[in-house]
Write a protein that binds this ligand. Structure first.
Ligand SMILES: [Cu+2]
Length: 241
């Protein structure tokens, strides 16, 4: 599971029953699309079954109102938002933006489901993200949502990665914020709502490196009880499937 764009109805429980569903997957696992309604969810795999320190994909474009779901592989990663200029530090340290933080997501190597963390994209401002575990940020576990090379050619994922490499510390916020946690099975339940907020100046993109990984065990399906639909929606979804 590398890059998946899921489209699902997260607008109403009734919608889950009303909408048709389809799923396509490319043979190479490069991408797949689920549609069951109106909501697009971009899936990012955090880490990998082989232990690589990657977000995959690491450079995505998401429209306002779309969602990004992080799916966590072993062993223990996180997603934190920083400014472009201060990688490996929570954005709240360097701006008035709270930013997103998934919390740490420990996952056993034998796990058959992946914890998830889902945000809604609130605007087109680039969101610079890193993993706060160990030296993962310094070692390149970084990504960007909505890089904007047209607006600022010097702000690339490549440059952000360079900055991360030189960071003297890798810090995490105290509490999770900005998204909704769940699991990628259909029996999970959760509640709450979240909004991802960009807070940085426009930036550029680096599409040179798309880290590869494999997650053979994870026939991953996005948790549907995202963004506040709660357990009722999860149950509805399970029935619907
Ligand atoms: Cu990590």
């Amino acid at each position: 599971m590398q890059f998946t764009t899921l489209t699902m109805c997260a607008l109403s429980v009734a919608g889950a029953f009303a909408q048709s569903s389809s799923k396509t997957s490319s043979a190479g696992g490069a991408s797949s699309t689920n549609t069951a309604g109106g909501q697009t969810v971009h899936v990012v795999t955090v880490g990998s079954m082989n232990g690589s320190l990657t977000f995959s994909p690491n450079d995505i474009q998401a429209k306002v109102g779309e969602m990004v779901q992080f799916q966590f592989m072993p062993a223990n990663h996180s997603v934190v938002q920083s400014t472009f200029d201060a990688p490996c530090q929570p954005i709240s340290k360097n701006s008035n933006v709270t930013g997103i933080f998934s919390g740490y997501m420990p996952v056993q190597a034998s796990a058959s489901t992946a914890p998830t963390y889902t945000i809604m994209v609130a605007n087109k401002t680039p969101m610079w993200l890193y993993c706060s575990q160990g030296k993962h940020c310094q070692n390149g576990m970084v990504m960007v949502i909505n890089a904007n090379p047209a607006a600022n050619a010097s702000r690339t994922l490549q440059e952000y990665t360079k900055g991360a490499k030189q960071a003297t510390a890798n810090l995490a916020p105290n509490v999770a914020a900005g998204g909704v946690a769940g699991t990628n099975n259909t029996s999970g339940s959760n509640s709450g709502s979240g909004t991802g907020t960009g807070s940085d100046n426009p930036s550029s993109t680096d599409s040179a490196s798309k880290p590869s990984n494999s997650s053979p065990a994870s026939a991953v399906r996005a948790d549907v009880s995202i963004l506040g639909m709660g357990s009722m929606f999860a149950i509805a979804w399970a029935l619907f499937l």
